[in-house]
Write a protein that binds this ligand. Structure first.
Ligand code: NAP
Length: 311
């Protein structure tokens, strides 16, 4: 048929990649999914998922990722542990350079390398992730009904999610390192008008305080102007200080993007013919498992159509 290694390669094994892989293997395309560690992506780090349809009791992130991979493998999807370090996407043959020095070529490529939340890098943060430290209020807010939580950050995400959290929590602190928010005025005004929200200005957290049985119990804080330190009691901490695309292996000069987030159209085409993208790596407002899965499906169907028209 052709002088490439595979018709289609998918890079990244989170929900978007595994869904693209399921559709591609079921359509009997010659496809391989490349992953740099265990498949599952950020979902693997999510303790419990209540808002992915089909699991009325909720499901752990680990189990959901495992089920997605098992389902794709039922149709013989080949999943390879092969970190990609470089790509050349120009022209009809796409070349991927792997960490072991080898290369793989394909006619169509789906990029689903995801993103990762920025961390504050303080003691206790990693230890209590999933046990009171969260990076997604949309995902975890309902677990904090009647509780006290803090949001770290002053951007649109932090301030909007603080307002969202007040639907569940009794008290929401917004802890910001400056005395002015980065969030737009309309978002700020909503938060200032909400009497469940209290702002703590010019302040950074220095430690997530917790207990191996209870999880998070509080935060140690430092005022960056006066140097004064304090502690607050909390049930949860939402770290919402931006996200970073997993873009290290992407040739950003070959793909339209915004600071590493790839621009796609509604059919998940990127600016490069034959290259599609889905999931958290694309430029969009909402990052949920449910929309990543939908985008993975669309990316695969678009890649299939591209291959039909170009082989
Ligand atoms: P962002 O705009 O980059 O804001 C990050 C916030 O975290 C900033 O307030 C920043 O403080 C703070 N921060 C960064 N590193 C920190 C650290 N190490 N310790 C403490 N605080 C730290 O990120 P985002 O809110 O996730 O938004 C990302 C993009 O999506 C933005 O362009 C945003 O406008 C957009 N967005 C739009 C909407 C909407 O239109 N409704 C909703 C959500 C997001 P400083 O301000 O001091 O830098």
């Amino acid at each position: 048929m052709s002088n490439v290694d595979h018709q289609l390669i998918i890079v990244g094994g989170g929900p978007a990649g595994l869904t693209a892989g399921l559709y591609a293997s079921r359509a009997m395309l010659d496809v391989v999914l490349l992953e740099k560690g265990a498949a599952g992506g950020q979902v693997m780090l999510t303790d419990w998922i209540d808002n992915y349809p089909g699991f009325p009791e909720g499901i752990s992130g680990f189990d959901l990722a495992d089920k997605m991979e098992t389902q794709a493998k039922r149709f013989d999807l080949e999943v390879k542990l092969a970190p990609v370090i470089k790509m050349d996407l120009i022209g009809p043959v796409k070349t991927l350079h792997l960490e072991d020095g080898s290369t793989l070529t394909c006619r169509a490529l789906i990029i689903t390398t995801g993103a990762r939340p920025n961390q504050i890098n303080i003691p206790g943060e990693v230890e209590f992730t999933g046990r009171g430290v969260s990076y997604c209020a949309t995902c975890d807010a309902p677990f904090y009904r009647g509780k006290t939580v803090a949001v770290i950050g002053g951007g649109n995400t932090a301030v909007q999610e603080a307002v969202h959290l007040t639907k569940f929590a009794d008290k929401v602190y917004v802890i910001h390192r400056r005395d002015a928010l980065r969030a737009t005025k309309i978002v700020q005004d909503k938060a200032f008008a909400n009497d469940k929200i209290e702002f703590i200005w010019d302040t950074v957290p220095t430690e997530v305080v917790g207990d191996i049985f209870k999880g998070v119990t509080g935060l140690a804080l430092k005022n960056v102007t006066s140097g004064a330190t304090s502690n607050i009691d909390l049930d949860g901490v939402f770290v919402l200080i931006g996200i970073r695309p997993n873009m290290e292996m992407l040739p950003l000069d070959q793909l339209d993007n915004d600071q590493g987030f790839i621009h796609t159209n509604v059919e998940m085409h990127t600016s490069q013919p034959g290259v599609f993208a889905a999931g958290d790596i694309i430029y969009k407002n909402f990052r949920q498992v449910a929309n990543a899965v939908g985008e993975g499906c669309v990316a695969c169907l678009s890649a299939e159509r591209y291959l039909e028209n170009n082989e």
